[in-house]
Design a protein around this ligand. Structure first.
Ligand code: 13P
Ligand code: SF4
Length: 301
């Protein structure tokens, strides 16, 4: 409790805003001012006037906050919390692709580094990818990067071909079709919700594929009482807290993102004490990386 109290005192002193992703540790979610998915967190960062943002999530998310809120000090309490999928599409490799495919529109999942964002045309998140791609003219060739699972899930749903990058989320790839078959046999009344970063063979067996924010909304509004959840297990904390009378079963209890879990209360406290480690981006990278994020927020505010 002492840590929480000290965090709260330092937060007031610095007028800091603590943002946390739905996959962070329960105790981090509990001290955050706002918990959300990538899209909700980007919007929050864009509109907030806080002099200090403490971003509890993986690096690309904290970078997005800095890109959108350049005048704020953006603290990333554990600089080792990266996203392996974001690292699968380097800016150099994307630049090389573009050189060879000048007519292709490059749509990047927000799970990309700031450097890679400088090379792409428009960003999307799992919460708006389908809507954003369905708004692009049919004749336009598209490269979707870095997540081949999310790309093929959208491709199949919209019946639209796209070039797909060879990237994947090691955490979501642990979820297999047999897990759904077993879970459905155990809980035949439950609705199966999975994240669209799951393998297409998994999303094909699920009732719905949503972003983490989409899952939370669905569960809140649904009359069903039982849900089988196919994503990182950190989301269960918020689901159970917000819906105490409903039952949630993880598809696989080992689906954990080790990077999201790296951020501890101790890290948050020390970042607020030292106002370090900060996300620093050179101005040219920040400005160029902002363009595809702004395009996304313009198309789908
Ligand atoms: P959401 O935008 O759905 O929260 O997803 C982010 C993410 O990294 C999923 O692995
Ligand atoms: Fe990256 Fe997967 Fe972790 Fe999301 S769950 S941050 S995509 S590694």
């Amino acid at each position: 409790m002492l840590e929480e109290q000290e965090i709260s005192t330092l937060k007031r002193k610095h007028r800091a805003l603590i943002l946390a992703h739905n996959y962070t540790r329960p105790e981090i979610q509990d001290i955050a001012d706002f918990v959300g998915d990538s899209l909700e967190l980007s919007r929050k960062a864009a509109e907030c006037q806080a002099p200090v943002i403490v971003f509890c999530g993986v690096r690309f998310m904290a970078e997005t906050a800095k890109i959108l809120s350049p005048n704020s000090i953006v603290l990333h309490p554990n600089p080792h919390a990266g996203c392996p999928m974001a690292d699968m599409a380097s800016s150099e490799a994307v630049a090389a692709y573009k050189k060879n495919h000048p007519d292709t529109l490059v749509v990047a999942y927000v799970n990309t580094t700031a450097a890679t964002k400088t090379q792409v045309d428009i960003c999307c998140t799992s919460g708006n990818a389908e809507k954003l791609i369905s708004g692009i003219k049919k004749e336009q060739k598209i490269l979707f990067l870095p997540d081949a699972n999310l790309g093929s899930n959208i491709s199949r749903k919209l019946k639209r071909e796209m070039d797909l990058w060879t990237g994947w989320c090691p955490t979501h790839n642990k979820i297999l079709p047999e897990h759904i078959i077993q879970a459905k046999a155990l809980h035949p009344q439950a609705v199966v919700l999975v994240h669209p970063e799951c393998l297409p063979a998994v999303t094909a067996l699920a009732d719905h594929a949503f972003s983490t924010g989409g899952m939370l909304k669905f569960v809140r509004e649904s009359d069903c009482r039982e849900f089988i959840i196919g994503t990182e297990c950190g989301i269960l904390h918020r689901m159970r807290k917000e819906n105490p009378t409903k039952q949630f079963y993880p598809l696989e209890p080992n689906v954990l993102c080790p990077n999201m879990k790296k951020i501890t209360l101790e890290d948050v406290l020390s970042s607020l004490r030292d106002l370090e480690p900060r996300i620093e981006l050179d101005e040219e990278t920040r400005r160029k990386a902002r363009l595809p994020i702004d395009r996304m927020l313009e198309v789908l505010p």
